[in-house]
Design a protein around this ligand. Structure first.
Ligand code: SF4
Length: 374
């Protein structure tokens, strides 16, 4: 495939994951849906299943309103809506991590609203650094394994997990490399960049790594276009086609991101196992080593400095916080991010989004204002 065909392929997967899901099921590979964020996909992958991201979609909410109040984030509402409408039919299970209050409610509502796809909870500790945090995380992974064995009829093998860890670490590196090269090549539009990240949540990771590596090789060969106004974007999601079109129309280049659905999830690899450790222990260490995320307990709010440092390193001239409406963890962090940016003289704007937003003109105004400030 040439570069254009690769971008078209990423776009096709990002916009029609149901085709890919059908293919995997037809090939005899059980599909396990994984809600955001930090589900240990390596375990699911090692058991011969395909983890597919369930981050909701830009759809009208009807059925989900029977279970959720209006003031809850549209990601969890639209996941339930898709489940109730039968879009995920054929999936073997839905795994939901317990990292925010909305996600905790999703699993309980799913049990009543979508009876043909089992819900598997992935319970994480708040304090993940001390020994008891490791033990709690490991117990959560063991519970996940036992539930998956029942739901997908597969067995767990620690050696196979080691191989899946390698596949995921390779993919993490490919995505980090893509973010770096896209930052240096402004001809990669925000929409194309978003498609590459979004397709990663749906595709089996070794397949996706291969395509991303091919794309990186093409981009590397080219002379970079003249850079636009460089921004760092931060938030949970940044996949709105309308918003990405505005970012492109106004001539911004995404210099770096702190987006949970994009680079944030690829920051930390599972380390090599030490001594008598199992591969499962190595995966536990991966989660316990994670930091700098609104849904991970962070009393010192190290994430705030990480964002300004990352912006400086990537030579970003401004920060755009893309806040998913009713997302408490992100709302709590925003005033601190804004204050830190102000102290560093870095213009920072807030754009509130949800999955039902049809008109992005307020976002356009905010981005135009940012451009003028820069
Ligand atoms: S967007 Fe926020 S509230 Fe919604 S699932 Fe993610 S972390 Fe939770």
């Amino acid at each position: 495939m040439n570069k254009k065909e690769l971008f078209e392929k990423f776009h096709e997967i990002a916009t029609h994951p149901e085709t890919l899901m059908k293919r995997y099921i037809d090939e005899g590979k059980p599909v396990v849906l994984v809600a955001p964020v930090y589900t240990p996909e390596e375990i699911i992958h090692s058991m011969g299943c395909v983890p597919m991201g369930a981050w909701g979609a830009d759809i009208q909410l009807n059925e989900a309103k029977r279970y959720f109040p209006a003031f809850i984030c549209s990601i969890v509402q639209s996941i339930l809506e898709l489940g109730m409408k039968g879009v995920y039919k054929g999936a073997s299970a839905l795994v939901v991590p317990s990292l925010c209050d909305s996600l905790k409610c999703l699993g309980e509502n799913w049990k009543y609203g979508v009876k043909d796809i089992p819900f598997i909870p992935m319970t994480y500790p708040q304090n993940r650094k001390p020994g008891y945090g490791h033990a709690f995380t490991k117990a959560g992974y063991e519970r996940l394994i036992s539930d998956l064995e029942k739901a997908a009829g597969k067995t767990f093998d620690d050696g196979a997990l080691g191989e899946s860890i390698r596949v995921y670490n390779d993919h993490n590196q490919a995505m980090r490399d893509f973010a770096t090269i896209a930052s240096k090549h402004p001809e990669v539009s925000a929409s194309e960049r978003s498609d590459v990240f979004k397709s990663a949540t749906f595709m089996e990771k070794s397949e996706h790594t291969k395509l991303v590596r091919e794309l990186i090789a093409y981009i590397t060969e080219e002379e970079p276009a003249k850079s636009g106004t460089r921004i760092l974007i931060s938030g949970i999601l940044a996949d709105s086609p309308a918003l990405n079109d505005i970012i492109d129309e106004l001539g911004f280049t995404i210099a770096a991101d702190d987006v949970a659905a994009q680079s944030r999830q690829y920051t930390v690899d599972a380390p090599d196992k030490a001594g008598n450790e199992s591969n499962l222990d190595a995966l536990v260490n991966k989660f316990c080593n994670m930091d700098n995320c609104s849904v991970l307990y962070d009393p010192d709010k190290k994430r705030v400095n990480m964002i300004t440092n990352k912006a400086a390193f990537a030579e970003a001239q401004g920060v755009v916080v893309i806040l998913t409406k009713f997302c408490d963890p992100e709302e709590f962090d925003y005033p601190l991010i804004k204050k830190a940016c102000d102290e560093r003289g870095l213009p920072c704007v807030l754009i509130e989004v949800d999955r039902q937003m049809e008109n992005m003109e307020q976002a356009r105004t905010m981005l135009q204002a940012l451009k003028e400030m820069i």
